[in-house]
Design a binder for this molecule. Structure first.
Ligand code: AMP
Ligand code: GLY
Length: 433
């Protein structure tokens, strides 16, 4: 098969790494990809939301499957675009159509969906500019902290958790009246704050049957001990020690099955990943959010733990035979530590030369934000090209063993301004003692 992966991050590098291991994979293309994806296939410099260019590439390279990494093209309807085109409609797209993508594209839609299907989630109400006054009154009925969510996609920045009522009132006004997140905050979901420990569970579905992929824990804040600004994710661990079989069974019964059945009942044909962000509240799962794609950097620990042929699983997603596919998981731990640019998640510089990639030993360096640069003497250098630069993934029989390798290799790679969290996994150590 000829596969096109859309996206340019560590997630897409992990997909390319895994799909290229399949005997069914002939040619791999990544659009736009990064310096890490090029050894596995051909990078093509187009935007995943430029659908006409995606079509040109697909026809030019006789692509037989499209794997969509990020949410943007899904929410904008790339799968629908394929289905509506005579020349493309037979090509399987891994990722939901626009209707299913609303699970991520609209927080209000996803909360309503969860309530319709009795999926455990925080109590909430949704407000618009017209109902701002009611929203301000609603805040007074809650106790701090307050959870305010822009309804639409806001590049991962749309959730604000003020700790005082006056900050919450001000934020709500800015989101609704001053369009703080543009159209994304035309509606705002205010919800009850859930106290617990977070984890993510991933599901791959063909719309009928599903496979539960390994769970992972992400580290979202820039600073150690979960301090500072939110990022795309600074590291990840899989498996999650507090998500034992009994907990995952609760997630399956209370969240996964009602979600798959709910989509079917509503006539939504869903083929792709469902990323379920969960809060473990005293052993009981509550859904924080759905995403309609894999997480990044969670993919960099989840995919390496899948022993089965991922392309064969994707074929099952495409033609509705996922139930016939075997699915095996590596019992080892996988950890990833994200190296980021100095200043991230605020302003940062790109174009810093990365050294030491050839010194990495016993880990996989998944590139998140890198580019290849031809220097004057026609040697290729790898340079930084994003806030998150490289995710260093390692396996281990214990979490500590895997982390030791990731941290050792984090020291071997260098570029100006390199930063990473040295406490990834630290909060989980208590579960092993
Ligand atoms: P989201 O973009 O929906 O993942 O939200 C970003 C982060 O906000 C989550 O990863 C949680 O840490 C936090 N969060 C979201 N909703 C809640 C909630 N209801 N209670 C507590 N924390 C929340
Ligand atoms: N790491 C969180 C996300 O991919 O949304």
């Amino acid at each position: 098969m000829n596969i096109l992966i859309l996206g340019s991050g560590g997630r897409e590098h992990a997909f390319a790494w895994k799909l290229s291991q399949s005997s069914k994979c002939n040619n791999l293309y990544i659009a736009p990809g990064n310096a890490g994806t090029s050894p596995f296939g051909t990078n093509i410099n187009i935007s995943p939301t430029d659908f006409p260019s995606v079509k040109t590439i697909v026809l030019q390279h006789q692509i037989t499957m499209v794997v969509v990494g990020p949410e943007d093209p899904l929410v904008k309807g790339i799968h629908d675009f394929f289905l509506a085109d005579e020349e493309l409609k037979h090509i399987p797209v891994i990722g939901p159509q626009k209707d299913g993508a609303q699970l991520e594209g609209s927080k209000d839609f996803s909360k309503q969906f969860m309530f319709r299907h009795k999926i455990p989630t925080a109590q909430y109400q949704t407000f618009t500019k017209e109902t701002l006054a009611e929203g301000l009154l609603f805040l007074e009925t809650l106790s701090p902290p307050y959870v305010l969510k822009a309804d639409g996609l806001a590049a991962g920045k749309g959730v604000i958790i003020p700790t005082t009522l006056s900050d919450a009132r001000q934020e709500l006004s800015e989101m609704l009246a001053n369009a703080k997140f543009g159209n994304a905050s035309a509606k705002v979901v205010i919800e009850e704050f859930l106290q617990g420990i977070e984890l993510s569970v991933f599901v791959l579905t063909d719309g009928n049957s599903y496979k539960i992929l390994p769970a992972a824990k992400d580290y979202k804040r820039i600073g150690e001990n979960d301090m500072g600004l939110n990022t795309g994710g600074m590291g990840a661990i899989s498996p999650v020690p507090f998500a034992d079989e009994a907990f995952i069974k609760k997630v399956e019964d209370r969240v996964i099955i009602p979600t798959i059945n709910g989509l079917k009942q509503e006539g939504i044909v869903y083929k792709g990943f469902i990323f379920i962000g969960l809060m473990n509240v005293n052993g009981e799962p509550q859904v924080i959010e759905y995403n309609v794609r894999m997480g990044d950097p969670e993919t960099e620990v989840v995919i390496p733990r899948i022993k089965s042929d991922l392309l064969d699983l994707f074929i099952g997603v495409g033609n509705g035979t996922l139930n016939e596919k075997t699915f095996e998981v590596d019992s080892r731990f996988a950890t990833t530590v994200m190296l980021v640019s100095g200043g991230y998640p605020e302003e940062y510089e790109k174009g810093k030369v990365i050294t030491g990639l050839d010194k990495v030993e016993g880990s996989i360096a998944f590139h998140a934000g890198t580019a290849a640069l031809q220097s004057a003497n026609s040697q290729t250098q790898t340079i930084t090209n994003g806030g998150r630069v490289i995710a260093i993934t390692s396996y281990g029989d214990t979490m500590d063993e895997a982390l030791t390798k990731s941290f050792a290799n984090a020291e071997r790679i260098n570029y100006e301004g390199k930063y990473y969290r040295k406490d990834i996994g630290k909060d989980l150590k208590k579960y092993f003692s």
